[in-house]
Ligand binder design. Structure first.
Ligand code: FE
Length: 333
């Protein structure tokens, strides 16, 4: 009887609390932990559709006022910038978000907030590379690295953002030259994802790889023995520490313009910025929390404190198209 009453009250809460529909381009199975935490805490059902950011923005645009989407989540400053620019988001003013997320990690007009960040780092084999040889992203175009650099295709959002970042930092002319020099130094034609580059360093295909920081954490728990060994043998380096700081990118969320469940959407995004959700993002996906009160995962913390570039996310978010042009011109596959 007691169980039945509990079950009925759960159903009532669910009916009353309603739902929130999320279109997300985050590709991490660990996000299910966050959705479950939110459902358990609020009774609000989380429905998720996953796809690439461009496809989701297009979908929301085509659905127009009838869109079921209440929340748009993406990875990449350029993609959240595009979402805002395309008019699919609405401005939200939430004291919870304002308290949890520092100003530099939020849109100035309230259209989005970052949920986490990750650094684009260098991964190297300490048996082949001395840490003193490493310095900046720009240095990877130096002929001393000929045949030693590994990175994925330029069609990857992560690399497009890196090029866009350098465009803002160093200007167009220098970045064009950089891309050409980098391509000349490739150990092989770009292939595979970020983790494949680390495994290639492990196998001696090249000496240094460009990779997102959280993949080092993911490799530490991966069942694939190569990835596990790559995690154990390779080291992580934060570039540009004496040159403005390392490039970081954000995962971000916003409420859609025609959200039917606006209140739930705000509650959901607020929840994602709370200490417990932020600590789950860091512990389960090895990202950096944006909420300063949240503890960073111990392994992630063990990589050390580092200087983050203070270049504005929107500034390089605007440069993705130009970044693609530069990569094509340099024949970066
Ligand atoms: Fe990723």
């Amino acid at each position: 009887m007691k169980k039945l009453l509990l079950f009925l009250s759960f159903i009532c809460i669910n009916l009353f609390a309603g739902e929130v529909n999320v279109y997300s381009s985050r590709h991490y199975s660990t996000d299910k932990i966050l959705y479950d935490m939110f459902e358990k805490e609020t009774g609000i059902k989380v429905n998720v559709i996953n796809d690439k950011p461009d496809a989701l923005i297009k979908k929301i645009e085509l659905e127009g006022k009838d869109t079921p989407a209440d929340v748009f989540i993406t990875v990449g400053a350029g993609d959240i910038y595009n979402a805002k620019k395309s008019g699919i988001l609405q401005s939200v003013h939430s004291h919870v978000i304002q308290d949890n997320v520092p100003t530099n990690f939020r849109d100035k007009d309230g259209y989005w907030t970052a949920l986490s960040y990750r650094a684009r780092v260098l991964i190297y084999n300490p048996e082949k590379v001395s840490v003193n040889e490493l310095s900046t992203y720009e240095d990877l175009a130096n002929p001393k690295w000929k045949g030693r650099v590994l990175t994925r295709s330029s069609s990857s959002s992560y690399n497009k953002h890196l090029i866009a970042f350098l465009l803002v930092k160093d200007g167009e002319k220098e970045t064009r030259e950089w891309a050409k020099g980098l391509v000349k130094n490739f150990a092989r034609d770009p292939q595979g994802n970020d983790r494949a580059q680390a495994v290639a360093v492990l196998k001696g295909v090249g000496d240094v790889a460009i990779m997102n920081s959280y993949y080092m954490g993911k490799m530490s728990i991966d069942k694939n023995p190569d990835q596990n060994e790559a995690f154990k043998k390779l080291k992580l380096f934060f570039p540009n520490q004496k040159d403005g700081g390392t490039h970081i990118n954000i995962s971000a969320a916003g409420v859609t313009k025609y959200a039917k469940n606006k209140e739930n959407a705000i509650k959901f995004i607020e929840f994602l910025t709370t200490v417990k959700a932020q600590e789950s993002i860091s512990n389960d996906n090895f990202e950096y929390p944006v909420n300063k009160m949240a503890k960073t995962n111990e392994l992630v913390k063990s990589w050390g404190e580092f200087k983050i570039s203070n270049i504005d996310f929107e500034a390089f978010g605007k440069k993705l198209t130009e970044a693609k042009f530069i990569a094509d011109e340099a024949s970066w596959k």
